[in-house]
Write a protein that binds this ligand. Structure first.
Ligand code: MNI
Length: 480
């Protein structure tokens, strides 16, 4: 099913081919070594305060924050409680807006950060880890997007029209110029906008440095290079901004993880990207806390297709290549992986099969997930009337929330109704391995083989398990 006109397919296709060609020339075709890391093992893990490896599962909160005058997402505390109850999630990607952090040059809005902190507390009280995401799409409101304040939007009189699909707005003259001024890649310009942005990141980090619910900062949503694209952008202006951002955050916050994203164009579809290794002032190797959070939107889905017909094969190819490229970049960065966004209209044919497929891939990769998004509507687990959609039971899935050791593999076998988790060592972690057991699959809790149940809380639906001495694998099936 093609839901868009041929011209649109052509327009986006032309962009794809141009970028693909540029990337193939610059990076070479998909290299050897792809698929090396075909289990959850073999990479670094984000850990909790008890030293346990975290499997992050959750959603973004929320697209509505992009347009809200006060920068706040739609949620109230009861919505956070409902999300926890219904999905057993432990993670949220929370959208911030630069325009709200720094409403006037060099002026930081403490009241805004307090409002964010109140919401972070709602999540923290329910066992969540919060990723603060400095969001933008199409640069900022002055050129039809969201993110940057008007005072930081320099267009030299160029303007941007609304486009369909919205992503083509990235090529509108005002938007391209605003990005070029931001990156400093055209002559002239006024303020040091990158410097301001880095300053805003530093102030967010200063405010949340001691907040244990915050897991880290996502330095920029879906970065766009303006008139500089591909590896020239990623290894150039983008890497420079990230390094400055990392250095600035580390002057005020030594502990939280710093998440970086590739340029959305290309990487979202599974193409290579040129992000180089970045330095964490904390140190190299295990000391560094840099995470990689690419988005995943195979092209057929960007075009509004479901997971069916011809699109299905294209999506599968896209997923294979996305995984290989993601693992390659993650190795280069020495970073754990979180799928910073993926999602689709849940009413599209095959949509739930696709979501399940991505979740299985994330489990195999040992990657976190932030589904896009929790805004009530056709993409979400709840529709506009707050009735559950087909997505809810698919997202409410057994998983190990925290693993007391180095995870080797974990898997939910829906047919055999068994969750298996295996790990190496215990990485000096305190407490046992926590698993989420949804009522729909484990109405009376779990039966543990290969280990010992330490606790079971039917309300939070968290079971804590420790393995027998010498054993490193547990299997949990429904009790009764
Ligand atoms: O799908 C995109 C996307 C496609 C293409 C491009 N370019 C051509 C530059 C950029 C972005 N983004 C997907 C989702 N990301 C935002 C939030 O970060 C969501 O609103 C989009 O659905």
């Amino acid at each position: 099913m093609k839901s868009l006109g041929a011209w649109r397919t052509w327009a986006v296709g032309a962009v794809v081919l141009a970028v693909a060609a540029a990337l193939l020339v610059a990076v070479g075709p998909r290299g050897a070594g792809a698929g090396e890391a075909d289990t959850a093992s073999g990479h670094r893990w984000i850990t909790d305060r008890q030293g346990r490896a975290l499997v992050l599962r959750g959603l973004s909160t929320a697209s509505s924050a992009k347009q809200a005058a006060d920068g706040m997402p739609w949620i109230e505390e009861k919505d956070v409680a409902r999300e926890r109850r219904a999905l057993g999630t432990n993670f949220v990607r929370f959208l911030l807006q630069w325009r709200s952090v720094e409403p006037a040059p060099g002026t930081y809005d403490r009241a805004y950060l307090e409002r964010v902190a109140e919401r972070v507390r709602w999540y923290g009280e329910r066992g969540y880890h919060v990723l603060l995401d400095m969001h933008q799409d199409l640069y900022g409101p002055k050129v039809g997007g969201n993110g940057a304040p008007a005072w930081a939007t320099e267009t030299d009189g160029l303007t941007s029209a609304a486009t369909d699909p919205w992503e083509l707005g990235y090529a509108e003259p005002g938007t391209v110029r605003a990005f070029d001024r931001f990156w400093g890649t055209v002559e002239g310009g006024g303020r040091d906008l990158r410097g301001h942005y880095v300053g805003a990141l530093r102030e967010v980090a200063r405010f949340f440095a001691d907040d244990d619910t915050v897991i880290g900062y996502d330095l920029m949503n879906e970065p766009w290079g303006g008139s500089v694209q591909g590896p020239a952008f990623e290894a150039g202006p983008l890497a420079r901004l990230y390094q400055d951002g990392i250095d600035a955050v580390r002057t005020v916050d030594r502990n939280h993880w710093i998440f970086v994203e590739p340029s959305a164009i290309g990487a979202n579809w599974g193409f290579a990207n040129g992000l180089p290794r970045l330095d964490d002032p904390r140190g190299d190797g295990d000391a560094a806390r840099i995470a990689y959070a690419p988005h995943l939107y195979p092209l057929p889905m960007d075009l509004g297709d479901g997971y069916t017909g011809d699109a299905k094969g294209q999506v599968d190819a896209s997923l294979r290549s996305w995984r290989a490229q993601t693992e390659k970049t993650a190795r280069r960065l020495g970073a754990p992986v979180v799928i910073g966004e993926f999602g689709l209209d849940v009413g599209l044919p095959g949509a739930m099969e696709y979501v399940e497929k991505v979740q299985r891939m994330a489990d195999e990769m040992g990657a976190g997930i932030a589904y896009w998004s929790n805004d009530p509507g056709s993409w979400a687990p709840w529709d506009a009337d707050r009735n559950p959609t087909a997505l809810l039971p698919v997202l409410d899935r057994p998983y190990p929330r925290a693993v007391a050791g180095d995870p080797v593999a974990y898997r939910w076998d829906a047919r055999g109704r068994a969750l298996t988790v295996s790990w190496r060592g215990n990485r000096g972690a305190r407490g046992g391995t926590e698993v989420h057991l949804p009522a729909r699959h484990f109405p009376d809790g779990g039966r543990v083989t290969g280990g010992e149940q330490r606790s079971w809380d039917p309300k939070s639906r968290v079971l804590t398990v420790v393995s027998r001495p010498g054993a490193n694998s547990v299997r949990i099936t429904p009790r009764g």
